[in-house]
Design a protein around this ligand. Structure first.
Ligand code: ADP
Ligand code: MG
Length: 249
């Protein structure tokens, strides 16, 4: 398998989906063939960043995992929504946001073999360079399985003691799963915090290499998960930081 990059956080609302959707866009603009896979079955939403409404697709990752369809029928090609100059390809594999499906998947967790064979087929048929996987927050069994098959895990946290503590446990767990690389992202950092101090704290606490620090950004909040920030604000300091992370992947 090519690179599987999984994004995770100890707590909800850390900024995972916003970050991974923007990473997907930057990697596609670099000319790569990218799939963005939504495994946050309890709070799905990766498709929203690309203006995809749920009446535009008939099948989701849930349907595939329940044996109702081929994985390829869940694929949404959103490349044209990134502009005419896009040299790569971006495919979104949405999760269902129907309440009945959300309730159903809580009681019937996905099978990891089925999940992996879906990823392998996507990689082969779509000739992917990279698979980006959004997960649900917290350490549950499904998420740990998705993490265990990853080549890179990006962990997102807020400057908050509870997050720092929970992330330490998460890093420890990911190391035990022998994931080759972990990147730490401190998100939603207020202006009052010094960026270099925050980066140093991240690096000294988790020993995962160069940390990424993302400022709290009102313009991102204002987009309300409806568009990729990096397309709307290509020159913004937040975009520069997300680019730095993209270069490490
Ligand atoms: N750096 C940031 N500055 C301001 N708002 C942010 C930032 N990162 C994320 N958000 C906002 O926080 C909320 C949760 O982000 P989201 O990506 O959905 O988190 P998660 O997927 O981890 O639950 C969204 O409203 C998003 O716009
Ligand atoms: Mg999310």
């Amino acid at each position: 398998m090519n690179s599987i990059v999984t994004i995770h956080s100890f707590r909800r609302g850390a900024g995972k989906s916003s970050l991974i959707a923007n990473l997907a866009v930057l990697l596609t603009l670099q000319g790569r063939r990218v799939a963005l896979i939504d495994t946050d079955f309890q709070s799905p939403g990766c498709h929203l960043f690309f203006g995809l409404s749920d009446d535009e697709f008939t099948h989701t990752l849930n349907d595939y995992l329940w044996g109702k369809c081929d994985i390829l029928t869940t694929v949404q090609d959103v490349t044209s929504r990134l502009g005419p100059e896009t040299s790569g390809k971006l495919f979104v594999i949405p999760a269902s946001d129907k309440i009945s499906d959300i309730m159903h998947i809580i009681h019937t967790p996905p099978n990891i073999e089925q999940y992996m064979s879906g990823l392998e087929k996507l990689e082969k048929e779509l000739k992917l360079d990279i698979l980006l996987v959004d997960t649900s927050a917290g350490l549950n069994e499904d998420t740990l399985q998705a993490i265990a098959v990853s080549s890179v895990v990006v962990l997102v946290l807020h400057p908050d003691k509870h997050d720092f503590q929970g992330t330490a446990v998460t890093v420890d767990m990911i190391r035990r799963l022998q994931v080759p690389a972990i990147h730490l992202v401190l998100n939603n950092v207020p202006d009052a915090l010094d960026v270099e101090d925050a980066r140093l704290q991240l690096e000294q606490t988790y020993h995962c290499g160069r940390g990424i620090v993302l400022p709290h950004t009102e313009e991102l909040l204002a987009l309300s998960s409806g568009q990729p920030f990096v397309l709307c604000y290509p020159e913004h300091p937040l975009t520069a930081q997300i680019k730095e992370l993209a270069e490490q992947l």
